[in-house]
Design a protein around this ligand. Structure first.
Ligand code: PEP
Ligand code: MN
Length: 272
């Protein structure tokens, strides 16, 4: 097990990801309304989350499913970030969104379905804002690490790897969390590695145990979906933690992190 810091430390909203401390990113799958996002943001902040997540453009399997609010969400996002003092990680699904999102996010997310979109990765390498690169759901670990080089070789060293579960023969859970990939990438890449247990398992009750396992295995952080009323969520309600679930998970996480000598970040140093 390797829990030592990564060589590359990536600053997201004032939090050093990949250093000695552990980072928690939380929020809804999709940003749906001011009320939903603001309630979630305030709840996860009170429970100890450091950075917000929330989709603006969604990569849905069905073209008829909710596709995200798009640019109409920008003003409300800025308001919620200002109100909470937090910053947002959100997915960029098209290179044309890089500029549009520049003042809205502290870190671009590249989704699992776009890990192989090398033209998008090259564009993200042309700027300096951090990029969280999710592993393709059918990608080899080596392909994932090599994909990160499209960004770093372009001149942007600020890349975070995110293991989010892969497709295996098993169908009882949405995907299979590959903790092998976490420990392998920690050892064989210089980049921080975080885990998304929500998409990895797809079942609310199973998210927290996998988050704890990720922390114990040496991940640098987690990104978790939370919704104040999961049954009303416009995407991924089945895997969204309630505020109560998130609180409980954070208390357990703190204990696991003490055991592996990897404290949670305390206060933000500065926001960017
Ligand atoms: C998400 O984070 O909401 C998402 C769509 O993730 P992934 O790209 O891992 O499926
Ligand atoms: Mn989701």
């Amino acid at each position: 097990m390797q829990t030592s810091p990564s060589t590359q430390i990536v600053n997201v909203g004032g939090y050093q990801i990949g250093g000695p401390q552990f980072t928690v990113i939380a929020g809804p799958c999709s940003i749906e309304s001011y009320d939903q996002f603001s309630e979630t943001a305030k709840g996860v902040k009170a429970a100890g989350a450091h950075i917000l997540r929330g989709g603006i453009w969604k990569m849905r399997t069905s073209s008829k499913a909710f596709q995200g609010l798009g640019p109409s969400a920008f003003d409300m996002i800025k308001t919620v970030c200002r109100e909470t003092g937090m910053t947002l990680v959100s997915e960029v699904t098209d290179a044309r969104q890089i500029e549009q999102l520049h003042d809205v996010v502290s870190c671009y997310q590249v989704g699992s379905r776009n890990m192989h979109n090398y033209s998008l990765l090259k564009e993200l390498g042309q700027q300096k804002k951090p990029v969280m690169l999710k592993r393709g759901f059918a990608a080899f670990i080596e392909e994932w690490i090599k994909a990160s080089e499209y960004i770093t070789n372009g001149g942007n060293p600020n890349v975070i790897l995110c293991e989010r579960g892969i497709r295996t023969f098993e169908t009882a859970t949405r995907n299979t969390l590959d903790l092998n990939a976490v420990v392998f990438a920690k050892k064989n890449s210089h980049l921080p590695v975080i885990v998304d247990p929500s998409h990895a398992v797809g079942i609310r009750e199973l998210v927290a145990p996998l988050a704890l396992a990720s922390a114990a295995a040496g991940a640098d952080g987690i990104i978790v979906e939370v919704h104040p009323r999961p049954s009303e969520a416009l995407s991924d309600g089945m895997q969204a933690l309630t505020m109560g679930d998130f609180n409980t998970m954070m208390h357990k996480l703190e204990k696991v992190l003490i055991a592996v000598d990897r404290p949670l970040h305390k206060e933000v140093v500065y926001a960017n």
